[in-house]
Design a protein around this ligand. Structure first.
Ligand SMILES: [Zn+2]
Length: 199
């Protein structure tokens, strides 16, 4: 039988659903919250709801945004001739943290995976093609992950981008095959951006 009063039990259960948090850690966190000042608990609850209520997707690049356009698309200092295509916002953050890229992005929100029923319609690909028609883009850097779905996605993008008058490049090797851009160290990521090769 669950030894905790229902509200504590509920909190443990919810915290335990967070990635990497087992029941033991969830219990420790729940008791920390239980003993914390009320003001902290209110701030925590507001912060959690804030990411649900105040975060939307940038209407241009589909990065996370707190307004119509994300901070990168709003920044006039970014090089609008370059678009780096990534699978997820976390990949964009990894590239941003390197400080070595000054262009714009386009976030697909996933990758192609025919076995999982994930076709091109599930990604923001049409919107990317539309951007190529309306923005002064000279180069599209395909920065999908170097695993099987990421490579499938890259090859599909290459085919769809070919009719446009833009240079298409792919991140250079250096990122381990099967690896995830999000977890690659900054130096490797900068190097693979600099040594990107034409498709
Ligand atoms: Zn944006």
């Amino acid at each position: 039988m669950d030894p905790y009063p229902a509200p504590v039990s509920r909190l443990i259960e919810k915290l335990g659903k967070l990635p990497g948090i087992g029941r033991k850690s969830a219990t420790r966190m729940a008791f920390h919250i239980l003993n914390a000042p009320r003001s902290y608990c209110e701030e925590l609850a507001t912060a959690v709801m804030g990411v649900k209520d105040d975060i939307r997707l940038c209407k241009k690049c589909f990065n996370l945004a707190d307004a119509g356009l994300c901070g990168i698309c709003r920044n006039p200092k970014r090089d609008e001739h370059l678009i780096c295509v990534v699978e997820d916002p976390s990949d964009l953050i990894a590239i941003e943290l390197t400080g070595g890229y000054r262009g714009l992005y386009h976030v697909l929100h996933g990758h192609l995976d025919p076995l999982q029923g994930k076709g091109p319609d599930t990604l923001h690909i049409e919107e990317l093609l539309m951007r190529l028609k309306t923005e002064p883009v000279k180069e599209v850097i395909i920065a999908t992950n170097p695993d099987a779905p990421g490579t499938t996605t890259a090859l599909y993008l290459q085919k769809r981008l070919a009719p446009f008058n833009v240079k298409i490049t792919r991140l250079a090797q250096g990122i381990p095959v099967g690896g995830d851009i999000e977890f690659v160290d900054s130096r490797t990521l900068i190097a693979s951006l600099k040594r990107r090769s034409e498709f």
